[in-house]
Design a protein around this ligand. Structure first.
Ligand SMILES: Cc1cc2nc3c(=O)[nH]c(=O)nc-3n(C[C@H](O)[C@H](O)[C@H](O)COP(=O)(O)OP(=O)(O)OC[C@H]3O[C@@H](n4cnc5c(N)ncnc54)[C@H](O)[C@@H]3O)c2cc1C
Ligand code: SF4
Ligand code: SF4
Ligand code: SF4
Length: 366
């Protein structure tokens, strides 16, 4: 039986497992779906084509996708397939001012655009001063740099990909996202119901390490009520050494144990098995490198080609990850911890009769 939006609603959206990636909306050729309060909603007539269900990262196992991406069936059990690992820091003052860690993502993208390796990038900025994530199609290095920095709430990046293809007619796009978002990109490329109309224009997939993200409204209220900072006054959010850190535009810094935000965490994150973005061409995160640098894992052939071009950027300082502390061991440990905790919770959900998709049940038993 083919499944349609009704099944997506029942299996993913209603139980709170939607990651807000936008893949279902972007793949609906009948414009029947829209994003309402960060969740997809039926706003037109569903023509039962079933694409939305099968592009969703929450409706199937990713084991087959791993094979397609890496061409290798036995990845590292903790962090997936990778070839080389680096620790990277930009020396470009404009990027340093805006970036989250070492500015690896922004530096790579700006250089790849200058060298015509890509013809555009789907990145995430925000609406006005609100910190509400908004996917953007960046066509110049300045537009890419404007979107540097982490927004800890979900961004519907697949809507950005739709704009890059349908509005800007781009053919060699780089796309940046968290593991759940990148899973949707890979489903469009290699899934059982691949959506070539968008996927064929993706040239490079850059994934971010991700432990969790927060519901936008809950985060906004937390920052205002507990930390006494209106979200419009925030200049940067960060999570370092177990603390959630908020920098204000006035120069103050407030930090709390990240556990204090447990009620703000997206439900889907507590059962998410991917920390290191195992399906990306290149994964980037803070963990593994010293403060102010980014860890870069090069995973695929196209990832290696892109990094070979990007590291020629004279403003990019590149070291082997082996030469810095804490190194790859910490990435593996955190990733293992995330997988184990998600599996435990899935088991508990199953025991208490909470409806969870079949493939997730199987994962919790493996
Ligand atoms: C929700 C979330 C949770 C994360 N958790 C961890 C973690 O636990 N451990 C860890 O080591 N790293 C984590 N990261 C990654 C980390 O915060 C940095 O993004 C990463 O180290 C790259 O830093 P950079 O300086 O190289 O990137 P920059 O040069 O600053 O570029 C960051 C890029 O990320 C994109 N981006 C920002 N927010 C989002 C978003 N919500 N969705 C999609 N794209 C986005 C921007 O458009 C930009 O292109 C997380 C990122 C996100 C978005
Ligand atoms: S028309 Fe197809 S893609 Fe659109 S909502 Fe219906 S099943 Fe989903
Ligand atoms: S996870 Fe993505 S594809 Fe699935 S329902 Fe949510 S927005 Fe749609
Ligand atoms: S923890 Fe998983 S589900 Fe949550 S934002 Fe990160 S990748 Fe997506």
């Amino acid at each position: 039986m083919n499944k349609i939006f009704g099944h997506l609603y029942k299996e993913v959206i209603k139980p709170g497992l939607c990651t807000g990636c936008g893949a279902c909306i972007a793949s609906c050729q009948f414009n029947a779906l829209n994003l309402a309060s960060c969740e997809p909603k039926l706003v037109g007539k569903c023509e039962d084509c079933n694409l939305c269900y099968y592009e969703c990262p929450q409706t199937g196992d990713s084991a087959k996708l791993v094979e397609y991406v890496s061409g290798q069936a036995s990845p590292d059990p903790d962090i997936g397939v990778y070839g080389k690992a680096f620790s990277v820091k930009t020396k470009d003052p404009k990027i340093r001012k805006k970036c989250q860690d070492g500015g690896a993502v922004t530096s790579m993208l700006t250089w790849l655009l200058k060298k015509d390796f890509i013809d555009g990038a789907v990145v995430t900025g925000f609406e006005g001063e609100s910190w509400k994530p908004k996917p953007k199609v960046a066509l110049t290095p300045d537009e890419i740099t404007q979107c540097a920095g982490t927004k800890y709430t979900p961004s519907p990046i697949l809507l950005g990909l739709r704009d890059a293809v349908d509005l800007y007619l781009k053919k060699r796009v780089a796309i940046v996202g968290t593991p759940c978002q990148i899973n949707a990109v890979r489903r469009m490329q290699f899934g059982d119901r691949a959506f070539h109309h968008l996927a064929d224009s993706v040239k490079l997939v850059i994934g971010l390490f991700c432990m969790e993200s927060f519901y936008y409204e809950k985060l906004k209220n937390f920052v205002k009520r507990k930390l006494k900072i209106p979200i419009e006054n925030v200049s940067k959010f960060d999570i370092k050494k177990g603390n959630f850190v908020v920098y204000s535009k006035q120069g103050s810094k407030r930090e709390v144990d990240v556990k204090a935000l447990k009620n703000c965490v997206n439900t889907s994150c507590s059962v998410c098995l991917d920390f290191a973005c195992e399906l990306a061409d290149i994964s980037v995160g803070a963990v593994g490198s010293p403060l102010g640098r980014s860890t870069v894992l090069v995973r695929t052939k196209v990832g290696a080609e892109a990094f070979k071009v990007a590291r020629n950027n004279p403003k990019l300082g590149v070291k082997s990850l082996n030469s810095v502390k804490p190194g790859i061991g910490l990435v593996k440990r955190l990733s293992r911890r995330k997988k184990n905790s998600a599996k435990k919770l899935l088991k508990r959900w199953g025991k208490y009769g909470k409806p969870i998709p079949h493939w997730m049940k199987e994962k919790s038993e493996s």
